[in-house]
Design a protein around this ligand. Sequence first.
Ligand code: ZN
Ligand code: ZN
Length: 359
Amino acid sequence: MPADPTRREALTGALSGIGADALIVTHLPNIRWLTGFTGSAGIVVLTGNRLALVTDFRYAVQAPQEVGPTVEVVVDRSNVWERVQRLVSGLGVVAFESHVMTVREADRLAGLLKGAALQPTVDLIEQYRQVKNAAEVDAIRAAGALAHAALAEVLPTIRAGEREIDVAARLEAALRVRGSEWHPFQTIVASGPRSALPHARTSERVIGQDELLLIDFGAQVDGYCADITRTMVIGRADQQQRVIHALVQEAQLRARANVRAGMTGREADALARDVIAARGYGDAFGHSLGHGLGLEVHEAPRLAATVEALLPVGAVVTIEPGIYLPGWGGVRLEDDVWLAPDGPVLLTDGHTDLLELDN
Ligand code: ZN
Ligand code: ZN
């Protein structure tokens, strides 16, 4: 997607609001959001009358094609930071992204910009990125559809007796072949008791008969991520597996149906947490309900018991309650929801019924 001029206007306004004359953008997802540039090396300089992408010769052809005519591309063959310094020379207050820049880079910047006041900012662009436009929502929906198609292809092939990484490898191949740009995070395939580890690493463990299998995976389309978790049984489910799965599903459905823009992160989190806690499993749901989704797989807003910030209209968030019982296993169900003005819109398939795979 080429640069969207309304984003530049919004940020220029935000800059004058904080009394800065320029903003130096170094976080690559923010650079992509502001300019459309997808490369891995670049710095953006935004001033009242200029939006410039400084990059190196590797991107001399790609950058102008991606950003379109509204962004000035500056290719520097020797030192991009010195070029940045020339672009902001004479300006009084220069803001930078203090949550991204290393101390070393900040020191170098301060050395280059003698005479200017450096102003740290935190999550300035991230605040705007929370609100998705139609093209962004479509990209996340497309990533979700691609992810579901890849999973549907792999499900009939999963068998007890193979390793978690064998399943992950087939799923990742299916995602890539179907057009996912990359895996937005490390695919989690966790079996049996390992499914009780919310962020398990996929291992060489052999999946046992009648065990839980938790698969948390993503796809990326036009830079935008989908993030999905399904938990199934490889074989036949027993009573406890059914009960825990049904409880997580009830909590997930309640949150999915009732989450709204204008709620606090705490209120959204409680939609699922209250259901799980009422049945005595509150302590087993040890993470927050969800997170924002976009160019990054974890971004603002957060749906968590500690968050009093309001969920903005237009955000895309995950809804992912779970119950984890050490030594036994865990169930998590995750779908992606767009907080549209009229209410939540599901962007993933929402098929969370317990699957018993007897392949
Ligand atoms: Zn996930
Ligand atoms: Zn997630």
